[in-house]
Ligand binder design. Sequence first.
Ligand SMILES: [Zn+2]
Length: 315
Amino acid sequence: MNTNNTFDKLKPYLVERPRPIIGAETVQLILMREILDYTVLRTEETRELNTVHTPFSVNKANEQVRRVAFLATKQKAAESRELEHLLRTATAKAGLTYPECYLKDNLCMQCPRCGLYGGTSTVAGQQERANIKHRIEYSTAFSLLPFEDIGTALTFNAINDRNQTTGQALGQRFAVQPATLFPSVVTLKSVTQRELILAVKALLACKSYGAESRIGGDVRNTIWGIVAGWEEVITSLELTLELADHLDKLNAEVIKQIVQEKYLPMTGNPKQIVMLEPAEIEALVKVCAETEMDGAFLEAAYQDIAKYREEQLAR
Ligand SMILES: [Zn+2]
């Protein structure tokens, strides 16, 4: 497979190397996040699912429904951690040694994860180090179907470890049912081809989300659309409301058609917008997944961030 051709269309929206001062290059990954186990999407403080009132769909704007919200912070935390794990194992396998980096109190500010997801230096005595601004953006995703169709109450019982008897019931906990879909958009700003590959790898590899990931929380992400330009073209909420009008034919072709016909004309720079065909998306995702995180790839990715920091600290 010719890897260069796969990225040709996106080339004008990727950068040669990451820099602290960014341009308008934007790549949006349009995802379907499919919940594969009972998942508790709630805030830490309450036991309730995060829900929000929205119209049912674009065409049924007067019909208000309650949707489950998959908060941006939860998506970002899980995927950033996934990239951290991938980098740790891949660098060890390649025999490379880099400083320890882990969320959230020991960010190294030198690795591709810190470069892409950004970070505030938390190492004692190094407060003078400049922060890194994130170049991957998340937004809250909204369930395709209303809460009434996908929410479920689970009853948990406490088991007494000493005698294995069931203690007093812990009560009800609301969770999202398996097979629930969350259309979602992740936006990359002024990233390199290598960073795009790492972001796609993290999205594909990440399977564990939710408030209590030791129970349930399984999710599979698939990439259904890729749109590039000088700006963001569609948001997660718009995507959900549009797809709710197409529940009988959810596919990559429909997403491309919606973005092209409706959202592209609303942009500030329509001539700069490029949309990948479904077959091109499939090919690109395959190339990203099959790209080895070997010594050469990793050294180049770490070198990019080292140069980024040099440039940032020289200013
Ligand atoms: Zn790091």
